[in-house]
Design a binder for this molecule. Structure first.
Ligand SMILES: Nc1ncnc2c1ncn2[C@@H]1O[C@H](COP(=O)(O)OP(=O)(O)OP(=O)(O)O)[C@@H](O)[C@H]1O
Ligand SMILES: [Mg+2]
Length: 272
């Protein structure tokens, strides 16, 4: 039976889609059969980041409206076995997504997959609530800024009240904090909240910390999730994050300013 994980945030543009793509890739690389669903009707970003936009024929809304079967809409990832993408519709109105429709699709996918990741749209309105409604776990993506932390806090409120688990009095949705775009230099200079500030305010389990990284931009331009770039800081940080999601203990990395090595300090090199 699949675990359903929503990747959510409240605030827009914090790195949900980047994280959904990177984490689903990481889970599949670890042998877990994974599907990642784009709930962002109207924007359709996930397929670009996953590099499969030209292979989209049918989407989530087509399946809900009975115009295509689930197997016709699922796109098999070209790079990783066991990874599938269910794209969002680009053109239809947002009301095309119904709760019953979403439930039916998740029920069908559940028996066939180990993990179902739901990439939520921004905001706290209907679209975001639909993406989280059936979740077992939530990855709350947060940037080290006051506005992002505030919106994450609102999302935590919704996870505790407006999900199926909350409504039916089941075990609550398991909440994980994923801090993204963390820049230790800007934290030190006081421009951004520190890791400890964020943890203190949100008070949920820290799943991972992803540094601000050019590798993310490169990866999304190429349509290759950054997890594949094992030499990059962000790629390694997402791989650590996936290990923790699978229950492994991993030390936290990339939260401190990289100290220059002795040689480069002695000779004043600019290498990091
Ligand atoms: N760790 C990172 N380092 C640098 N840039 C990043 C990082 N994570 C995300 N970004 C950039 O931030 C922008 C927003 O990322 P993304 O689309 O994943 O956010 P989102 O939360 O899904 O946005 P939306 O709310 O619009 O769905 C993108 O340009 C992405 O490349
Ligand atoms: Mg997005």
């Amino acid at each position: 039976m699949a675990k359903i994980i929503v990747v959510t945030s409240g605030k827009g543009g914090v790195g949900k889609t980047t994280s959904a793509a990177a984490i689903s890739t990481g889970l599949a690389l670890r042998g877990k059969k994974t599907v990642v669903i784009d709930f962002d009707v109207g924007l359709r970003n996930l397929d670009l980041i996953m590099g499969c936009e030209r292979r989209v024929v049918y989407d989530l809304v087509n399946v809900i409206q009975g115009e295509a079967g689930l197997n016709q809409a699922l796109i098999r990832d070209k790079r990783v076995e066991n990874l599938f993408i269910l794209p969002a519709s680009q053109t239809r109105d947002k009301d095309a997504l119904t709760q019953e429709g979403v439930e039916k699709i998740l029920e069908q996918l559940k028996g066939d997959f180990d993990y179902i990741l739901c990439d939520s749209p921004a905001g706290i309105e209907r679209g975001a609530q639909l993406a989280m409604y059936y979740a077992d776990e939530a990855i709350v993506v947060t940037n080290p800024e006051v506005s992002s932390v505030r919106d994450s806090d609102r999302i935590l409120g919704l996870l505790g009240s407006k999900t199926q688990r909350a409504e039916q009095g089941l075990e609550p949705v398991k909440e994980h904090l994923l801090i993204t775009r963390y820049n230790p230099a800007r934290v030190t200079s006081g421009d951004m909240l520190t890791l400890d500030d964020i943890r203190e305010i949100l008070a949920i389990d820290l799943l991972g910390l992803i540094p601000e990284s050019e590798a993310v931009l490169r990866a999304s331009n190429q349509g290759v999730p950054v997890t594949h770039d094992g030499s990059s800081d962000a790629g390694q940080a997402y791989t650590d994050t996936v290990s923790r999601l699978l229950g492994e203990e991993m030390p936290l990395r990339f939260h401190e300013i990289q100290r220059k090595g002795l040689l480069s300090r002695m000779f004043g090199g600019s290498r990091r």
